[in-house]
Design a protein around this ligand. Structure first.
Ligand code: DGJ
Length: 741
């Protein structure tokens, strides 16, 4: 990996074995983009990539000179209005009302490793050899605004991490109204656009469309990254697929309002922008103040979508997630939410936990309803003190009893919210986000605390820290069950109201950070009504997240498949729940529910006492299986093989680093009569190893499994599956293959 600057051509080349990123200082001092893609030879001069062509209707930068117009030039951080008409990466409103800026290259610094982003989640290095960072400094001479552009190239993988920092080095107040984390101008538009969209209980469904002239975008203006869209998009060449071809993934390490956009101009070049949503954003910079954008990560893969995903998985698993749990196999848990909802007593919880322990569960999680007056969802949020009617021995006493059973204890919080019927609200009615003179909207009968205020975060921290200090709590599920619609803070002046959304998220990060630092062994699982804040920002603080409130196995196939495009299996919270399922009322076999949930952080979302003895025995076997293979399932290399978005079959697999152990998950949504012969070709094996199917005891060479495929059809007519009870709708199989020498 290297970052090379050529003094003569004023060109930067960032490269490792997989990628090259080339940019140059343009004649007017702006930064021009020349190339991003597969690694090319290093040269001093790539000036042939700086394309200009006289075109009618063009405006030119300098008087009397028709050689430079920015309208058609690829740039690093475009500014609207200096002959460029595309959407800008930065916009600064100045005292005279103008928004025009002119950022010119001043200098640069190349450093080993990667600097932290203060107050923000970001990828990191553990030693300086892992990455190099280039920091470009530009300045707008008139306002004195300084712009720093950061580019980190990692030694391994086609990864480039980017962010920007703006400092007011002038004398007048500035208003930053757009500050994207990344601007990427590409020379053509021959791409398909992939986004991961949905709604509550059907998050991150893959949507694909051809990139076209005009603007295509996904965003959130809800204060969280949202169920609706994920801060992650992919541009792939039309011929690229899961295993071959060029793709570029763009991911934003941020949990608040975001915009991910591609603008194709009518000369077919593409500008990708990603960052905090400019709508409503207005950050005041007084003299000397600076603003740091969140980080965005671009991953280039020449090996298709799986290649891209595996790079994101490694990066986010090892150099974004942190702490005690980062590399550890995750405990198998039993959560009481779908078992009891709000209807529980201490006795009932112990009964559920006892059976869970008997079946081999390691962690019992008490969900919503344990605090304040929380008997339903109308009261209690904000009062993080155990309800003595339900829990006569408090959280401390309950945790002790769970520990005595031989399990760890976990607890649910929703730190950012308050009900009007709570002591906290009665004491601090002005602590909610709401607009003066207007009524505050509610969602699930709750209001959003103003986390842009330090005193609010302090107060919630104190309540949570008290419980964590007194009771043996090993895990926290951090929920967030509504979005923000009136983002106004009583504590900020009018000219700073455009900062509240971002300050809110900084407050969330601050609370997470304090808890991480002071309770380093507590495992955090993020949640926002399921997957409403499933993003890389949160992954920095919570190494796993509840992927969706839809716990039905068939629905989960799409959710988990879509999630896997960016996020590692070790962070995907997935549990077995009851049938009929509580969201879709569907009956699926118990083994299929587990076969889906194995590819995640496994657990149960039910009362195991209510299963038949036969089912309980099956649960015990599932837990034994998961304990044996969870390292491989959660930390192996994951491949998507057959997509649920394309047909009746879903298939995925994991393989360990040594390529000696493989687990394949195969799922069929509907059963048909007299079905065709089917095979699935595996990937990532050693062609020369001989692998034995642990169930059938049949052996195959790796090259057979990769070129001919694993036979997945049902014998003559479903006979095999009928015998094993696996016949019918929603059937599934797990294949465990081990290399035998
Ligand atoms: C939404 C979560 O996604 C559920 O798992 C559960 O924790 C409920 N909130 C509790 O209110």
């Amino acid at each position: 990996m290297s970052i090379v600057f050529s003094e003569t051509t004023r060109t930067f080349h960032l490269y490792n074995q997989e990628i090259s990123y080339i940019m140059t200082v343009l004649p007017n001092g702006h930064m021009g983009q020349l190339y991003f893609g597969k690694r090319v030879h290093h040269k001093e001069d790539y000036s042939y990539l700086y394309e200009t062509m006289p075109r009618p209707m063009t405006s030119y930068v300098s008087e009397g000179d028709t050689s430079l117009s920015l309208e058609h030039v690829k740039q690093e951080y475009g500014v609207y209005g200096t002959t460029d008409y595309r959407r800008p990466a930065i916009e600064i409103k100045q005292e005279n009302g103008s928004t025009i800026c002119d950022f010119r290259y001043q200098g640069h610094e190349i450093m080993n490793g990667k600097p932290e982003l203060p107050g923000l989640p970001a990828t990191y290095t553990e030693d300086e050899e892992e990455a190099q960072t280039l920091c470009l400094t530009l300045q707008d001479p008139l306002t004195g605004a300084e712009l720093m552009l950061f580019y980190t190239i990692f030694a391994r993988g086609g990864i480039l991490a980017r962010s920007a920092r703006v400092t007011n080095k002038g004398t007048c107040e500035l208003h930053l109204t757009t500050a994207m984390s990344l601007c990427m101008d590409l020379p053509d538009c021959d791409y398909e656009w992939l986004q991961f969209s949905g709604a509550w209980a059907r998050e991150r469904h893959l949507k694909v469309r051809r990139l076209e002239q005009g603007i295509q975008a996904v965003d959130s203006r809800r204060g969280n990254s949202s169920h609706e869209h994920n801060p992650f998009i992919v541009l792939k060449r039309p011929e690229a697929g899961e295993f071959q071809g060029e793709v570029i993934g763009f991911s934003l390490i941020y949990s608040g309002n975001f915009l991910a956009q591609a603008e194709v101009d009518t000369h077919d070049t593409t500008r990708v922008l990603m960052g905090i949503h400019p709508m409503g954003f207005d950050w005041m910079l007084e003299k000397g103040e600076c603003f740091q954008t969140p980080e965005a990560v671009m991953v280039y893969s020449g090996q298709g979508l799986n290649g891209m995903s595996q790079t994101f998985h490694r990066l986010y698993q090892k150099r974004l997630a942190r702490g005690y749990w980062r590399d550890k196999a995750r405990p198998i848990l039993n959560n009481n939410w779908e078992a009891t909802y709000f209807d529980f007593t201490e006795e009932r919880l112990i009964e559920i936990a006892g059976k869970a322990r008997d079946c081999g569960v390691e962690l019992f999680v008490l969900d919503d309803g344990w605090f304040g007056e929380r008997n339903d969802d109308h009261a209690g949020l904000g009062d993080w003190v155990a309800n003595p009617q339900r829990l006569p021995h408090g959280i401390t006493g309950l945790a002790e009893q769970i520990e005595e059973l031989g399990m760890k204890f976990g607890l649910w919080f929703e730190p950012e919210m308050v009900n009007k019927n709570s002591d906290l609200y009665r004491k601090h009615p002005d602590w909610i986000l709401s607009t003066p003179g207007r009524s505050a909207s509610h969602g699930r009968n709750q209001y959003v605390l103003d986390f842009s205020r330090k005193e609010v975060v302090d107060c919630i921290y104190e309540m949570m820290a008290k419980i964590l200090s007194e009771a043996k709590v090993s895990y926290i599920k951090w929920d967030m069950n509504r979005s923000i619609t009136e983002c106004y803070s009583a504590a900020l002046p009018p000219e700073r109201q455009g900062e509240v959304f971002h300050r809110y998220i900084l407050g969330v990060y601050d609370l997470y950070d304090r808890l991480n630092r002071n309770f380093p062994q507590v495992l955090f699982e993020s949640c926002a009504s399921g997957g409403g804040r499933f993003d890389p920002g949160i992954l920095y603080y919570a190494p796993q997240g509840w992927a969706s409130d839809d716990s039905d196995a068939a629905e989960r196939l799409k959710i988990q498949y879509g999630t896997s495009f960016c996020y590692p299996i070790s962070c995907i919270g997935s549990h077995v729940s009851v049938t009929p399922n509580h969201q879709v009322f569907r009956n699926t076999p118990l083994h299929t529910r587990a076969n889906v949930a194995y590819f995640g952080t496994f657990g149960y979302e039910l009362d195991l006492n209510k299963l038949t003895e036969e089912e309980q025995e099956l649960v015990k076997e599932q837990i034994v299986f998961m304990k044996e293979y969870r390292e491989l399932l959660q930390f192996g290399t994951f491949y998507r093989l057959v997509s649920p978005f394309e047909g009746n079959i879903t298939c995925w697999m994991v393989v360990n680093e040594e390529k000696t152990e493989v687990i394949v998950g195969w799922y069929r949504t509907l059963c048909h009569v007299n079905m065709p012969y089917t095979r699935v070709r595996l990937h990532g094996l050693n062609p020369d190893f001989c692998y034995e199917d642990q169930n059938s005891k049949t052996s195959y060479y790796g090259d057979e499994l990769m070129n001919i495929g694993l036979i997945t059809s049902d014998g003559m007519s479903g006979q095999v599956e009928r015998n094993t009870g696996e016949y019918g709708d929603f059937s599934s199989r797990i294949y465990v293959l081990k290399a035998v020498r």
